[in-house]
Design a protein around this ligand. Structure first.
Ligand code: NCD
Ligand code: ZN
Length: 356
């Protein structure tokens, strides 16, 4: 056995569901998936039902997750098309950041008007990052705002060669930005859609082999800061329906897929570890508590199986794939929370990692 210790693994882009979407997943089931995937903490996106776009919904969500989470957690606030900048001052001390949906996806938070985006950048003058869903040309539009207002911006789930091109230049220009990439865009392309069907449907959508190669190249260059799952569970029934929703789960497959990438010599362990721990922690200004770490057996291979998952949705687009590594132990604040098979703590153990 070759055990590797990784301190404070954190996924800064997940959709835990719960509230009115308990049928897709609950704060308990999806934080169980986080722990089984090796994670200490997750940052939950605001496109919940109801959306996290005002102080009272944020307070309600916080009260609910507090009693149900197993892993530690933080919450995003969502920018709303109806313009909710008035709330920023009262909430920015208690969220990990704000999310702007600049292109269409699950939920109803789309903002396409550049003038409103600019108003958000003006109003969000706090140290917490702005996380943006921006695809293609939209990346360039957001970079204009970063240049003008200098607010730290995390570009989530970057998926094309064109986007990498814009962001490489922006980093060279010294703009305060970071880049996140998902394992599904690294390991799947549009060529997988015929076999995956709607299980291969997510936003941003799967891209070409050329785009995929650009993402691996960006990782090799050290341009990518974060590997994030964009864990977005939907029920199998919903995915098999006539109008399947976008999104795939990922918390339990990210580490093993990336350890496979290490085995395939696409990147080194020394490159991988910061992208799933130190980098997202420092981007979001989060400290790792003492005695918070994961032990993973990196030399063992296994096959991903739907029926071994903790996520309530019970499926993954990677079912049947042979990957590397097994999470053996997870410790949070000195307490062992996972033994490789079972979660060892009760709902409510997980704490808010954002001040207040
Ligand atoms: C996410 C979801 O289902 O909440 N879906 C997705 O395809 N990624 C929303 C998002 O992050 O875009
Ligand atoms: Zn997402």
């Amino acid at each position: 056995m070759s055990l590797l210790r990784i301190n404070g693994m954190i996924d800064p882009h997940v959709h835990l569901r719960d509230l009115d979407w308990e049928h897709k997943g609950t704060f308990t089931s999806e934080t169980a998936a986080a722990i089984a995937g090796g994670y200490w903490a997750v940052l939950d996106m605001p496109n919940t039902m109801p959306s996290t776009i005002d102080s009272s919904t944020l307070a309600m969500k916080k009260n609910t997750i507090r009693n149900k989470a197993l892993s530690d957690w933080g919450l995003y606030f969502g920018a709303a098309a109806s313009d909710n900048t008035e709330f920023y001052r009262s909430i920015w001390g208690s969220v990990c950041g704000i999310k702007i949906y600049n292109n269409a996806t699950t939920g109803n938070l789309l903002i396409e008007e550049q003038a409103l985006r600019e108003k958000i950048y003006q109003a969000w003058h706090c140290k917490r990052p702005i996380a943006v869903h921006a695809e293609g040309e939209t990346v360039a539009q957001i970079l204009e705002l970063v240049k003008k207002y200098r607010r730290f911006t995390h570009f989530t789930h970057i998926s094309t060669a064109e986007e990498i091109h814009y962001l490489r230049q922006a980093k060279a220009d010294g703009l305060p930005i970071s880049i996140g990439v998902t394992p599904h865009h690294l390991y799947l392309t549009e060529d997988d859609i015929p076999s995956l069907g709607s299980l291969g449907l997510m936003k941003p959508e799967l891209k070409t082999k050329h785009d995929q190669a650009a993402l691996w190249q960006a990782i090799a260059e050290g341009l990518v800061d974060v590997i994030e799952s964009d864990h977005a569970p939907h029920t199998l029934e919903e995915k098999m329906s006539d109008s399947p929703p976008y999104g795939v789960p990922g918390l339990e497959t990210t580490l093993s897929l990336m350890l496979l990438a290490v085995r395939e010599e696409r990147l080194s362990l020394e490159q991988l570890i910061p992208m799933i721990s130190e980098n997202p922690r420092s981007i979001f200004g989060i400290k790792c508590p003492p005695d918070t770490y994961t032990l993973v057996d990196i030399n063992i291979s296994h096959t991903i199986r739907n029926d071994e998952l903790f996520t309530q949705c019970g499926w993954t687009p990677f079912n049947g794939m042979q990957v590397m590594g097994r999470v053996r132990e997870v410790w949070i604040r000195g307490v062992q929370v996972f033994d490789g098979e079972q979660i060892l703590v009760e709902a409510g153990f997980g704490q808010n990692i954002i001040a207040m």
